[in-house]
Design a protein around this ligand. Structure first.
Ligand SMILES: Cc1cc2nc3c(=O)[nH]c(=O)nc-3n(C[C@H](O)[C@H](O)[C@H](O)COP(=O)(O)O)c2cc1C
Length: 273
């Protein structure tokens, strides 16, 4: 694959940091100590852009990216702020029945460009429901399907995972989508090197960023499973061929405020000596 490495030789300070941070060792020094692709370097390059990001002189452009257009990475939140964000994260199951504005959803989706993926694969695909009317249609279609299955004498296998919620679902409660106005589903190419984990990392970042914007989220294994138990809805989600669903997350505006952190047990740790 062509990667188009461009080095501004007037700016390059020949420091070699780009070579040092290049994980696949795709770069070598040219005769006058500027970076260039080594033998097979272009094929090994994963477009992680570490070379562009580390260069103190903004001398490197890769894959057509201009370092002048990179976002600033300072100031960072401090450790205490970050810990408070993590401690304040909660699963939100009560939402206002209204859409977030388009700009806010765009911000959330754009952030996903920066999430890490194994071998920098970045093949993730996100299906998002922005329109509350569409969400309500899908909510009703899925819930009515499960209401029907769960009241059968012998429910089909697809209904098994909802058995424990039978009373609530048949009473008309939206246990699956929790009344949320929006849903995001992360899907991944079946052959991605880290297909099992990439979607989960992406949604973890989504959850925390959403929290900083005052938006509620909820991991939703039930939605992920339910959508794909109802093929017509799965099709509507627009998952590309040869992709598989990673996970689903509900999100939307909420009034619910948790006033203090929970007090979980310490995690299990084994110190290897
Ligand atoms: C992988 C995963 C799947 C989950 N699926 C659901 C779900 O389908 N419905 C739901 O209401 N909560 C779901 N949750 C939320 C958990 O129930 C929740 O994390 C737990 O009750 C602790 O609450 P907290 O997230 O506020 O700390 C899920 C959480 C995770 C991590």
């Amino acid at each position: 694959m062509e990667r188009f490495l461009k080095v501004n030789s007037l700016k390059c300070v020949r420091c070699g940091l780009c070579l040092e941070v290049c994980a696949p060792k795709a770069l070598v020094f040219s005769a006058d100590f500027q970076p260039k692709f080594g033998k097979d370097g272009e094929e090994r390059c994963t477009n992680c852009q570490h070379c562009l990001a580390v260069c103190p002189a903004k001398a490197i452009s890769i894959c057509g990216r201009d370092p002048e257009e990179s976002a600033a990475v300072t100031p960072l939140p401090n450790g205490d702020d970050m810990l408070r964000l993590i401690q304040s994260r909660r699963s939100i199951r009560h939402y206002r029945h209204e859409a977030l504005d388009a700009e806010t959803i765009d911000k959330l989706l754009d952030m996903l460009r920066w999430v890490p993926t194994g071998v920098n694969n970045h093949g993730l695909h996100f299906s998002v429901i922005r329109d509350v009317a569409v969400m309500d249609e899908i909510r009703e279609r899925v819930n009515s399907q499960f209401r029907e299955w769960l009241t059968m004498e012998e429910p089909p296998q697809a209904a098994a995972l909802m058995m424990r919620y039978k009373a609530q679902i048949t009473a008309g409660l939206d246990v699956i989508f929790r009344g949320a106005p929006h849903l995001i589903v992360a899907a991944v190419p079946q052959n991605a090197p880290c297909a099992a984990i990439d979607p989960v990392i992406a949604l973890s970042y989504f959850e925390l960023y959403a929290k900083t914007l005052g938006i509620g989220t909820c991991w939703c294994g039930l939605a992920a499973a339910a959508l794909f138990a109802v093929p017509e809805v799965a099709e509507r989600m627009g998952i590309p061929a040869n992709y598989r669903v990673g996970y689903a997350m509900l999100f939307g505006p909420t009034e619910r405020k948790f006033l203090r952190a929970t007090q979980p047990e310490a995690v299990s740790v084994f110190e290897v000596k």
